[in-house]
Design a protein around this ligand. Structure first.
Ligand code: ATP
Ligand code: MG
Length: 514
């Protein structure tokens, strides 16, 4: 007897159908799995055997062959346990499932329990696109799977329950999504901008950055509030749209980072990796490539505190993703691409002692030391940062002032208006530097979109020309200034870029200081 069961693998962030063929024939009792399985799949034999026996079903004592097709996709992880068990039970005539239109995913425990599997959301979205009508998913993962409407989700907690369902004795009711899109409207925040005293120009710079998803570098003496300001940034970021939330959730699902109680990521990610992070930890990698911090910060913020402390090489690998908004990882087994459209926010001191340029405390570093310290961050990386802002020490009067600043909610309202303008401008278009980015905000624009949307009048042109020569700017800086000026105009609600928008954008470029 032969049975064919459909299951799914995840390659990168995409689900791929896997056919699990089970053949039972006469002969000595044996159980083999073929079709490029890794060790976890080979071990599946023991789990499946025990789970079937402990569920009160009969494990056939004949020659059992399982083939996982297509053979060129390497099958990793334990998620094939459930489809293999279903295949065996169907081939031995113990259950009669509708195998044509259903998919099965899940790991089995020895007692027949069905366990959580990573990457359920990407699998379900492809299954739905390919016309499958029903998905048997670990009960724990049902809320995540049900985010994708239009496919029936049957939550399976254990094998005996599934057997009862497939025999038609005890049907399991399909999972009804409890998800409420209002959750996206109530993100939770830690620090509020209201509590940050002074630093008005830094707050303005962060507002501009958040409005267009531009990168920021804050430089200043110890204790000036750089880390505090960066941590307050999530509170002014615009709410996620449902498309963005699903994009982020897929990345977290594949990485196994989705919290058990929250099927959908409803807040923009804020990732702050420590400076000892490795190259693979930052951009992704490993034998079976996994997304790294830059992908976990997709559509959110990657905060690198104490930037010069990061390994020089580790920082350099961010150069390509910062331009392309995706990261490509090549392995002998193929090339994978993960989204990495993040807003880089970095903080550093101006010199090793921290007080260079401080009006109160004298800097004790030699010029050579300062040069060496700053050289740890390469020119090309600095060139990719749109907004360079200094964070000076806060004076006593400002700190001791009891009046609160502008609350984050007010700032966020302005930013959301500016983002809405941008959303309408691009209207779901695809483009950007590599032509494949779905355009949502000004920072996503490539040269073609810059040409179309960032036109200057004559006085703007002559101002930019003067700035280019005086500041020795690159062609990249030229484009970045135009994008930034577009965001500043959007914040003001101005359809055209005016000279004062451009002047503010130019002022955020780095100046030579020593
Ligand atoms: N502008 C401010 N308003 C209110 N509190 C502030 C401000 N700046 C600093 N503080 C206080 O000082 C603490 C230290 O600030 P923070 O850690 O942000 O400094 P930093 O600039 O990151 O310094 P370092 O360069 O040493 O990392 C904050 O936790 C906060 O209590
Ligand atoms: Mg700090």
């Amino acid at each position: 007897m032969l049975a064919k069961v459909t299951s799914f693998a995840v390659i990168g962030l995409e689900g791929a159908p896997i056919e699990v063929e089970v053949d039972i024939s006469r002969g000595l009792s044996s159980f083999i799995i073929v079709g490029l399985p890794d060790t976890a799949v080979q071990e599946s034999r023991e789990r499946v055997r025990a789970a079937i026996k402990n569920s009160g079903c009969k494990f056939p004592g004949q020659r059992l062959t399982v083939n996982l097709a297509p053979a060129d996709i390497r099958k990793a992880g334990p998620a094939y346990d459930l489809p293999i068990a279903v295949g065996i039970l169907a081939a031995s005539g113990q259950i009669w499932p509708d195998l044509q239109s259903s998919i099965f995913v899940g790991e089995l425990s020895l007692d027949g329990g069905v366990r959580h599997t990573n990457g359920v959301l990407p699998m379900i979205s492809v299954a739905k696109a390919q016309g499958y009508q029903r998905a048997y998913i670990p009960a724990e993962d049902a809320p995540e799977a049900a985010l994708m409407p239009g496919i029936e989700i049957i939550p399976v907690s254990n094998l005996p329950e599934l057997v009862g369902h497939l025999q038609g004795l005890n049907p399991i009711p399909p999972y009804q999504s409890q998800f409420d899109s209002k959750l996206l409207d109530q993100p939770r925040y830690g620090t509020d901008f209201r509590d940050v005293k002074g630093q008005e120009h830094v707050k303005r710079a962060l507002e501009v950055a958040a409005a267009g998803a531009h990168c920021v570098l804050m430089t200043g003496p110890p204790g000036a509030g750089k880390t505090l300001l960066a941590r307050a940034l999530p509170s002014i970021l615009p709410k996620l749209t449902i498309e963005e939330a699903l994009e982020i959730t897929k990345i977290y699902s594949v990485s196994g980072l989705l919290p058990a109680d929250r099927p959908l990521i409803t807040e923009r990610p804020f990732r702050a990796p420590h400076h000892t992070i490795s190259h693979a930890g930052l951009v992704g990698g490993g034998h079976w490539p996994r997304p790294g911090e830059i992908s976990w910060a997709h559509r959110g913020v990657l905060f690198l505190d104490e930037l010069p402390e990061f390994n020089h090489r580790v920082l350099e690998v961010m150069r390509q993703p910062l331009e392309d908004k995706i990261v490509t990882i090549s392995r002998a087994t193929g090339t994978l691409t993960f989204p990495a459209n993040f807003m880089l926010v970095a903080a550093m001191n101006p010199c090793p002692c921290g007080y260079f340029g401080d009006p109160v405390k004298e800097c004790t570093c030699s010029l050579g030391m300062i040069h060496r310290y700053r050289k740890r961050i390469s020119g090309p990386l600095l060139d990719r940062i749109d907004i360079h802002v200094e964070v000076p020490r806060v004076e006593y009067d400002k700190l001791a002032d009891d009046r609160l600043g502008e609350p984050s909610a007010d700032i966020r309202a302005r930013i959301e208006r500016a983002r809405e303008t941008q959303r309408q401008r691009f209207a779901g278009a695809v483009g950007g530097a590599n032509g494949k980015v779905s355009l949502l905000c000004n920072a996503d624009m490539g040269p073609a979109e810059v040409r179309e949307h960032c036109r200057l009048d004559d006085s703007g042109k002559s101002l930019l020309r003067a700035a280019m020569t005086q500041l020795g700017m690159s062609a990249r800086a030229f484009h970045r200034i135009l994008k930034l000026a577009r965001t500043i105009a959007d914040l003001e609600g101005a359809p055209e870029i005016k000279t004062h928008h451009l002047a503010e954008a130019i002022q955020y470029r780095p100046r030579r200081q020593i």
